[in-house]
Ligand binder design. Sequence first.
Ligand code: EPU
Length: 306
Amino acid sequence: MTDPRVDTLCREIAGDLGVPVAADEPLARWTTMGVGGPARWAFFPPDTERLLATWRALREGPLPVRVLAGGSNVIVADEGIDAAVIVLGRAGGTIRREGNELVADATVPFPALVRRAAEEGLAGLAFAEGIPGRLGGAVRMNAGTGAGELADVLAEVEVADAAGRVRRHRPGPGDFGYRESFVAREGLLVLRARLALVPADPAEIRAEMEERRARRRATQPRGRSAGCIFRNLPGQPVGAIVDRLGLKGTRIGDAAISTEHGNFIVNLGHARAADVLALVDLVREKVARETGLEPHLEVEIWRDPR
Ligand code: EPU
């Protein structure tokens, strides 16, 4: 789409809402994997109000709209994307306590929320120690570990639909699954979430977090990555299968299957998205051949429809 009126419209929207905007913004700098090309337009709403206003305005326009929260679960293609991307990486947000609940903006860094719960002496989030990203992204993908998932403690989610209508939703059966949610299924924007936690001794919470941090450090790479690439197969962790197949350390360009964890691909420096995606395909193929089952991506791959 090269219609210059679209560009004029994007500038106007940004100007009207007082939201910083950039053309041809390299998305590599907003993702933890650190690969990929530019977004035609990137909007940087500083708070939830302007996030919602930007969403509403862009939804009425001609460009596809995407939201990049913490960028820790996204691999952007080298060609970039012809879309308006709402980037939350510069946004602030608040967390407030109400009884034993924490109410937080979707823009809040998820680790900050986990830390705050511990400080408040509220248990229920220690499972999430070490999960990066922003709360909105964590809700969207039902972020979790072997010890629990966000849906376990989500009391309410405030969302906007594609038409910009806002509603509060109390999650019920079927709303969340293993690394998936109604938010992603219905193309919603997360605005806020309310977490129901349980009072506990802060020292005990911190001790559990410390233990989880140590385990994560011992089993997962520290460099640039997008976390686990594939969802596990039923009863079969993809990392273990890749390990068994002897694929750890396989390298294409500057991308490599982690030597520490088989379900991670790391950017060793100047990887291209094409290198990373070639490794993704290689793992998918080998795992499918080994198990007879097609592993499903846990990360999102962003590219224009061909
Ligand atoms: N394993 C190996 N070799 C490897 C990797 C794993 O043999 O290279 C074995 C482990 O020894 C263990 C089993 O596979 O017996 C499972 O591994 P791990 O405990 O590391 O957990 P996982 O199932 O691979 C899940 C989440 C992670 C989360 C960890 C920790 C998924 C896809 N991944 O990994 O989440 O951090 O549990 O609880 O469910 C992410 O979502 O991005 C992510 C990294």
